[in-house]
Design a protein around this ligand. Structure first.
Ligand SMILES: [Zn+2]
Length: 287
């Protein structure tokens, strides 16, 4: 069966934002932290979200067009952690966008499921792009002594970051909040990784926050900030950031887009009878 490109498009002021599905994975139940594998299984079955072998989760990347430039946020796993992934190149082609047309790539963090597409085939896949990633992730994931101590499952992220730095000499390390272009800025969400960042798109009174791995799945987040994943090297920091961020996002009613939430992963954190819940955004029929 031919796979059709999976996309959803939103207009945020003058920005056209296309959510591109790079595919999916069934995250094994024993990859989660703060819960037992049985608890993870029960939580996902309760919302009919269990895949064959785990928690079925998507990989979204985002293509932003401000009318002049194409900015890509994250690049998918490119088939690395999941054989049902790696659809970014063919989807960009279907959208009429060549790799050389991408002017900038913002990477939310150094995990392989977000940077894999940058370095797939050990090539510079976006030859004209300025690349932005938080300096703390660049430092951590190119540090050979941290790599030597890191859990086996995270080794591919270290290897891919080393490739990224080598293949993209125009990489620009980010230190904290920064405007990348008018209406496009990054903000700190460190915890999941030391340099995990979000991207804020804002224009004409509208905004959308790309928050990457702040929420994994509605079965767990935002209700359970202690529900983590084994890729997190500092679980306490990841849990604390989630707890803080979930409360703040609910208070602000901010429109969010998260990588692994069910496609297109756009919605809000709302408070219902004191408990935090994920509320998918209604389809806008726009753009
Ligand atoms: Zn991820």
């Amino acid at each position: 069966m031919t796979r059709l490109p999976v996309t959803a498009r939103y207009q945020v002021g003058r920005f056209e934002v296309t959510v591109i599905s790079d595919g999916y994975i069934d995250f094994p139940f024993d990859w989660f932290t703060g819960v037992t594998p049985d608890q993870a299984k029960q939580a996902t079955e309760a919302v009919h979200a269990a895949g064959k072998n785990g928690v079925r989760s998507g990989f979204s990347t985002w293509l932003i067009n401000d009318g002049e430039r194409y900015v890509l946020v994250d690049s998918g796993p490119a088939g690395t952690v999941s054989s049902t992934s790696g659809y970014l190149p063919e989807t960009l082609a279907a959208l009429g966008v060549k790799p050389a047309d991408i002017d900038a790539v913002i990477l939310t963090h150094a995990h392989i499921d977000h940077i894999g597409g940058m370095v797939a085939g050990n090539r510079n896949n976006f030859p004209n792009a300025e690349v932005y990633m938080d300096r703390r992730d660049i430092k951590t994931f190119t540090n050979t002594s941290i790599a030597a101590r890191a859990p086996e499952i995270t080794k591919s992220s270290f290897a891919a970051t080393e490739q990224l730095v080598r293949l993209y000499p125009r990489m620009q390390p980010i230190d904290g909040e920064r405007q990348i272009a008018p209406g496009l800025s990054v903000f700190d969400l460190s915890g999941h990784t030391p340099g995990h960042i979000g991207v804020r798109i804002e224009d004409g009174g509208e905004s959308l926050n790309l928050v990457a791995d702040m929420l994994f799945h509605p079965a767990a987040h935002p209700a359970l900030p202690g529900f983590g994943i084994i890729f997190e090297m500092d679980k306490a920091a990841a849990d604390a950031t989630r707890a803080r961020f979930f409360a703040k996002a609910a208070e602000e009613g901010a429109l969010l887009a998260a990588t692994h939430m069910p496609f297109p992963g756009v919605g809000r954190i709302v408070k219902d009878a004191g408990a935090l819940e994920w509320q998918p955004a209604d389809w806008t029929y726009g753009a």
